[in-house]
Write a protein that binds this ligand. Sequence first.
Ligand code: FAD
Length: 471
Amino acid sequence: MRSLIAELTVIAGSAHVLSEPDVVAGYATDWTRRYAGEASCVVRPGSTEEVAAVLRACAGHGVPVVPQGGNTGLVGGSVPPPAGWRPAAGPAAPAAAAAPVIVSARRLAGLGPVDLAAGQVTAGAGATISGVAAHAAAAGMRYGVDLASRDSATVGGTIATNAGGIRTIRYGPTRAQVAGVTAVLADGSVVSDLSGLTAGSTGYDLAQLLTGSEGTLAVITAARLRLHPAEQAGAVLLAPAGGMAQAVGLYGQIRVGVPDLLAAEYIDGAGLDLVCRITGLRPPLAGQARAYLLVEIAGPAQAAAGSVDLNRLAAAGLPDDSAVETSERGMAALWAYRERLTESIAAAGVPHKIDVAVPVGRLADFRAGLDETIRDAGAGPAEIIVFGHIGVGNLHVNVLGPDPADDRVDIAVARLAAAHGGRVAAEHGVGRSKTGWLSWSMPAAQISAMASIKAALDPAGLLNPGVLLPG
Ligand SMILES: Cc1cc2nc3c(=O)[nH]c(=O)nc-3n(C[C@H](O)[C@H](O)[C@H](O)COP(=O)(O)OP(=O)(O)OC[C@H]3O[C@@H](n4cnc5c(N)ncnc54)[C@H](O)[C@@H]3O)c2cc1C
């Protein structure tokens, strides 16, 4: 390992090769604190060429690489496996020569000029989502991906996980924003197409293949991203609901009546109560409800309340005691109940976080069976908080109480989602937490094709071993 670290130091400079155990531990522990692993060192390359040299050096020593962006991932994919972990037996999964090197892309944070005519921008993989959004906004454009981790989550990490977020109903997930990438393969070779061309009929689309690959096929160093004309939020509504079925019904009515929805989010009553308890925010409505629907509508600021036909919404079932805000401050205040949920749950304990996709028409049945499913998992008393992007059927099931190392609850919830025709991962990825679950919602032939692609691009199994595919 010492000779590899010496090589990495020549490539990236001593300031960017970190091997102090305390510092390395910070990179090797994930945001949830549920996943912590062992890394030989952290290297922070400053260019695609340096990433390529780093990967060549690691391949030469047979040492695995864990690509990392903002380390806000929630499924353990951004950190190495614990000491002693060995990949499942197989010709493409030899035992590693040493603990992985974490390759942090954070220094690759450059932003190119916004191309207004193309509606695109080139961004370094380490640029944060809030950085890209601000850069786009300064040119009068909007980046379509937005999520509460925006100040730390990076372009590379969001591409690698095909992140969704609060604007997915409007602009689609990250996949829909990616027009090209530069990336370094396991052997150090560089693939790049940042032309941003939409027209093209020249074979496999590597940028799309790498989207959602969770660092198992390449280290992404830059991306060509699509931008959208800026749309202002004109109104935010927070409506109480009797449960998931009523929230879905109300969402459907609003969707029909209001064409320009920017976001539609579901929050369990228990989740909103927790946010108030942890953050000290005052309850937003006079009474308590079992569930809440938060909707953001596009429109000119201040005027949207007029453009939103509240009478029609009332006829559609919008309860009288809903909150409707049209000022920037008021809208931000309503968003805070949703935006501060993840941190509030983390403050209350180490949660089981199960991110699942369920067809919108099955959400109510899924939610109705959830508490019993969790209870029957036998992992002990549980506090259950569900929230998520209702419009795309993406729910985050958070369970506090059961031992973080006991995954019976996670398995039971993922199986319930699959039984309702859903997917075991919606936007956070598979990471380390869900390997082995793919077959519950994906045909064997598809998993086998993914394994073949992995074996072809990374025959020694050095890129993020144990993530996405079992090994
Ligand atoms: C408060 C909070 C709210 C969140 N809300 C959402 C949400 O609404 N929607 C959502 O989708 N996610 C959400 N997340 C999860 C997380 O922010 C996303 O998964 C995000 O895409 C991770 O980006 P990152 O840069 O932090 O990547 P990391 O956590 O560093 O890595 C995530 C995965 O990507 C790989 N990776 C990272 N960088 C690269 C690279 N340059 N090349 C190749 N592979 C790479 C890693 O190996 C790992 O497998 C939230 C997280 C938090 C903490």
